[in-house]
Design a protein around this ligand. Structure first.
Ligand code: FAD
Length: 488
């Protein structure tokens, strides 16, 4: 047998004995893996999941739990929000590019209501309650929230705003430890178990087994021993992103060097490399989600400026968009300028992220003093605040389009919060896949027997991001991968 560290596919002819066999073999038991397993089992396949850790869940079980769904889901309708697949597509094409995959987005939007119903039918609970406060996620157990800046500039002029962040009901949340993602994973895992899906834990997938062009199995390592796993009809790769592979981050998404976030260490890019070694094509490897550690309840009440004292983003938008604008286009330099009254009002509001609520670093009576204390070039911050206040006096923000309800002149005393280098994120690029979750070879043809979903693939996001698109496309295209792999 080849060295365990080798990533090259192993010829099937070299396997003397298979240690495990199934029709469909799924690598990774997170959201894409469990969704694939359920659909493969329902299609009549015998399914075996290989999971590297000692339990199911992956990043998905730690997640806040937003699932990006729309087009008129029963939850949207019950809460009085109008949406359609075409409206959802207009938003996603505008917000998730440049380079968003139109075929995938069209397919995803058209299948979104059915996918919501599938989740509910498989036991995922959603509470009929909308959370409308600025925030990363609801601190309560509400089922629906804006999660991508749909109701903010520029998207509120491109598509009719509709909230699409669907959150499984979960009380007693603790961000990053116990969130809606757990209540997504738990019922799906229970469903898979009822359907007879088998799981082998502490099983680290290493490389693919190929018979000519066709993938027929996987080599994995369990308790220090290499094992050969035969897949009679198909292999599904669902092992997550490459956020924790330093060399890949250096090569493809260098803005994230040293700042992986909303991912787990097992997201080491291995599935991408295993498939690349068979000639798989990649897409959007530079695309990243970027979280920003400022409290939306404070940001929305002030103005965000970059290292030159200039505003660069409407503060009422999706905080992940603020993160991308800050890290990718403003050298990770951000300060929040806010007056005392607004700071106190923001601190008194509900917050899903009270730990992102920081003390001001500088406080002054005038903007001129504040600018000088912060070491900004003379006149930069003063002119920014002067222009903002001039329009804000009329309740307008013609520069960046912040909504009227949040536009208010900045008064005195005035403070600055130091939000430089306050970002982290995960990668959105990966294997190029078809809408049937086939892994596409650089020739443009599917690789026989090989399917993939989740963050080891390029999904519906290219440049932009909306919360819920990872659990969303991971579950949606996970299902497709399971159906396709069962057919072989
Ligand atoms: C705190 C937090 C909050 C988040 N909030 C949201 C949110 O609200 N909405 C949203 O859409 N996304 C959110 N995300 C991101 C989302 O959870 C992930 O992007 C998503 O789970 C990716 O799905 P996946 O199936 O590709 O990976 P995962 O769900 O992580 O599953 C991958 C599985 O593969 C296993 N694995 C890895 N390597 C191997 C190997 N070599 N062999 C065998 N198994 C392997 C892993 O251990 C893991 O169990 C959040 C993430 C975190 C951590």
């Amino acid at each position: 047998m080849a060295e365990a560290s080798s990533i090259r596919p192993q010829p099937a002819a070299s396997i003397e004995q298979w240690d495990f066999e199934a029709d469909v073999v799924v690598a990774g038991y997170g959201i894409a893996g469990v969704s694939a397993s359920i659909e493969a089992a329902r299609a009549g396949a015998d399914v075996l999941v290989l999971e590297r850790t000692s339990g199911w869940g992956g990043a998905a079980a730690l997640a806040g739990g937003f699932i990006y769904l729309g087009g008129g889901t029963p939850l949207q309708q019950a809460l009085g929000f109008e949406d359609s697949p075409a409206n959802m597509k207009s938003f996603m094409m505008a917000a998730l590019g440049p380079g968003a995959d139109e075929e995938k987005i069209t397919d995803y939007c058209e299948g979104s209501v059915e996918h919501y119903n599938w989740l509910v039918d498989n036991g995922v609970p959603f509470k009929e309650s909308f959370y409308g406060q600025p925030g990363w996620e609801t601190p309560f157990d509400d089922g629906l929230m804006y999660s991508g800046g749909e109701n903010s500039a520029p998207f509120n002029t491109i598509a009719t705003p509709a909230p699409r962040g669907h959150v499984p009901q979960m009380s007693g949340k603790r961000t990053g430890e116990k969130g809606g993602g757990f209540m997504l994973m738990k019922p799906l895992i229970e469903t898979a178990e009822i359907l007879g899906v088998r799981a082998e834990y502490d099983m680290r997938v290493q490389r693919l087994v190929a018979d000519g062009d066709r993938v027929v199995g996987i080599i994995a390592k369990q308790y220090g021993k290499e094992v050969a796993v035969r897949a009679r009809t198909g292999v599904v790769l669902a092992t997550g992103s490459f956020a924790y592979n330093e060399a890949m981050i250096q090569s493809y998404a260098p803005r994230l060097i040293g700042r992986p976030g909303a991912a787990i260490e097992e997201h080491d890019g291995k599935a991408i490399q295993m498939a690349q070694a068979l000639g798989a094509d990649l897409a959007h490897m530079d695309a990243t989600e970027v979280a920003f550690f400022g409290d939306p309840q404070l940001m929305i009440r002030g103005i965000l400026v970059n290292g030159r004292g200039q505003r660069y983003v409407n503060e009422d938008t999706y905080p992940g968009r603020i993160g991308q604008e800050t890290l990718l286009r403003n050298e990770n330099q951000a300060y929040l300028i806010i007056d005392e009254a607004s700071y106190e009002e923001g601190c008194a509001a509900d917050s899903s992220t009270p730990f992102f609520r920081f003390q001001p670093k500088w406080v002054a009576e005038t903007v001129e003093e504040l600018e000088s204390d912060m070491g900004l070039p003379e006149g930069t911050l003063q002119s920014t605040v002067e222009v903002y206040n001039r329009h804000a006096a009329r309740g307008e923000d013609p520069v960046l389009g912040k909504k009227k309800e949040w536009v208010k002149p900045i008064g005195s005393p005035v403070a600055a919060l130091d939000l430089r280098n306050f970002t982290a994120g995960f990668t959105l690029g990966g294997l190029r896949t078809s809408i049937n979750s086939e892994v596409i070879h650089v020739s443009g043809e599917p690789i026989p027997g090989l399917f993939a979903a989740g963050r080891c693939t390029a999904g519906v996001c290219a440049g932009g991001y909306a919360s819920g698109t990872s659990l969303g496309d991971g579950s949606f295209y996970g299902r497709r991968a399971g159906i396709s792999a069962a057919k072989g």
